[in-house]
Design a protein around this ligand. Sequence first.
Ligand code: DX5
Ligand code: ZN
Length: 216
Amino acid sequence: MNYLSPSILSADFWKLGEDIKAVEGAGVPWLHVDVMDGLFVPSISYGMPVLKAVRPHTHMFLDVHLMIEKPERYVKEFASCGADLVNFHLEATEDVKGCIEKIRATGKKVGITIKPATPAEAVEPYLELVDMVLVMTVEPGFGGQKLIPECLDKVQVIRKMITEKGLAVDLEVDGGINLDNVQLALEKGANVIVAGSAVFKDDIAANAKAFLTKMR
Ligand code: DX5
Ligand code: ZN
């Protein structure tokens, strides 16, 4: 099953609710929430209050991407603010297993994420323990960047690992995905597609529908 997860980082915050309703109305199942702390990545975005404000107004699956140092400090709060899945970077913690367990204890789904320079093999020891792997296809920190094609080769490697182990782990790509390269990402084995700037511009509902059509 393929899922589109539009990133609200590229939404218009003056009318965030309206932008979210536009994608939900188009039939989009997931929503991607990027949290940045200015340490793990150079920029600062938003956090718990925004998630908490969105939660009661949407049925979409809230896919929270933590780009923060020592994510274990905050997973409980993000879970209670309404995340359905909490995703953290392997590079951001010294205790990956501990962080996975902390998220599990909240009853929410667990995702692990790797930056472009981190090899595919880094996720292998944790595949049995998680619901999703996110492969960054740009350096995390900003929307609107160009996809790094080599990152899609890692998607292919990880999809093979998941299949060989007989697991039902979702595989997400994030960064620089647009209507021209989404097909390639799916072919490489991704089944969850994050798109920020390609969805939240001009006619948002039409953009979302165009993605959904390509992802069928
Ligand atoms: C980047 C974020 C992405 C970003 C994607 O650090 O993790 O989710 O919003 O934006 P686009 O689709 O514009 O590359
Ligand atoms: Zn993201």
